[in-house]
Design a protein around this ligand. Structure first.
Ligand SMILES: NC(=O)c1ccc[n+]([C@@H]2O[C@H](COP(=O)([O-])OP(=O)(O)OC[C@H]3O[C@@H](n4cnc5c(N)ncnc54)[C@H](OP(=O)(O)O)[C@@H]3O)[C@@H](O)[C@H]2O)c1
Length: 326
């Protein structure tokens, strides 16, 4: 089968189409004929050599796919050959076929485009576990999503707006802010010329936001504490602007804050399966009803993976970039 090979890992990495052996599903695994693979910022970091795959994960890039069940390993659940599915992967998505543990697979509702569905797994799993679980967002509470137009952000806004929360978001252009608001954000804040602390304070009548999902870090760590409400929870999923910061921790004491950070990829299959089950219950019906939809910036042929990475690295994209092997 064709797959993308990573050559010269590091700043000048190359992504090239190569012929590799088609994987065979083991116990509890499903082989998916890939309709599309989602591109994630983590793929760029892996190609640059700063985010190695966890032990046992495939070396091939690609953390999520949509497609059809091609083969079933033993004890791989109730799926049938040909079923339309999407899945979260430990790696291996940039290929014609990819292996997924059955615990990380979701069946596609007929209302969902089988290619665009590849935009969902990584974003839904990440947003749910960090906002609902680690962030403990409760009914009636408010949420601030940094990077609202990112692949993760467009899903997070839709999910928690659809569940009835007031959601604020930050983004780097007025056009991206309008996208965030069209997806359900009450107010999107252009971080290049507006202050998210001042605006969220004003929009919450001085109370602050209950949960912050942050992928920026750097000076946002301190500013998130200022933006947070009493008993607020701040969850970092990345530190794009730096993980080493000098902090005044007094707001943590004064406001009884929680500062947390998690990664999804290194979690065990049962842990990911528990997130899949929660999504199937709370979010998948909203996806089937069209209230949460894939937001796709663009589609690239699998062989154009390098161009797809350039698009993401430019920061001009909004939503997800997809690779199509077909
Ligand atoms: N920990 C985990 O388990 C986990 C899982 C998935 C993803 N992530 C992380 O989540 C982030 C998003 O991933 P992705 O694949 O969706 O990548 P992406 O689409 O490239 O998103 C990156 C986002 O960062 C935003 N950003 C950069 N500087 C900002 C600032 N100063 N203020 C507000 N937003 C800023 C960008 O906003 P503009 O484009 O509007 O400038 C962009 O939307 C990445 O950092 C990724 O590593 C972590």
């Amino acid at each position: 089968m064709k797959a993308i090979a990573l050559k010269n890992a590091g700043k000048d990495y190359r992504l090239e189409l190569a012929e590799v052996a088609k994987p065979r599903p083991g116990k509890g695994e499903i082989l998916i004929k890939v309709a599309a693979a989602g591109v994630n910022r983590a793929d760029i970091l892996q190609a640059e050599g700063v985010y190695p795959p966890p032990p046992g994960a495939p070396q091939t890039l690609g953390l999520e796919v949509s497609g059809h069940v091609a083969e079933l390993g033993a004890d791989a659940g109730n799926y049938q050959i040909g079923d339309a599915v999407c899945a979260l992967l430990g790696g291996g998505g940039y290929a014609e076929y990819a292996l997924a543990p059955m615990e990380c697979v979701l069946p596609l509702p007929s209302s969902l485009d089988p290619i665009d569905a590849a935009a969902l797994p990584e974003a839904l799993f990440t947003a749910w576990t960090n906002i609902a679980e680690t962030g403990r967002l409760k009914p009636g509470e408010t949420l601030l999503v940094h990077g609202g137009a990112s692949g993760i952000g467009v899903a997070a806004i839709q999910m928690f707006a659809a569940l009835g929360h007031t959601v604020f978001a930050t983004a780097g252009s007025d056009e991206k802010c309008r996208l965030c608001e069209a997806l359900g954000a009450r107010r999107a804040i252009n971080y290049r010329n507006e202050d998210f602390v001042a605006i969220t304070q004003e929009m919450t009548q001085g109370k602050g936001v209950d949960v912050v999902l942050d992928m920026v870090g750097g000076d946002y760590v301190q500013r998130n504490m200022t933006a947070a409400a009493v008993w607020g929870r701040i969850v970092n999923i990345a530190y794009q602007n730096g993980a080493k910061v000098a902090l005044d921790l007094n707001p943590m004491l004064r406001k009884r804050l929680t500062l947390a950070a998690t990664t999804l990829r290194a979690r065990t299959v049962p842990e990911k399966g528990a997130i899949r089950d929660a999504l199937a219950h709370a979010i998948w019906p909203l996806v089937a009803a069209g209230r949460i939809r894939p937001v796709v910036d663009g589609r690239f042929a699998l062989g154009e993976a390098q161009a797809a990475h350039r698009r993401m690295a430019s920061g001009d994209h909004a939503g997800k970039i997809l690779l199509i092997p077909g």
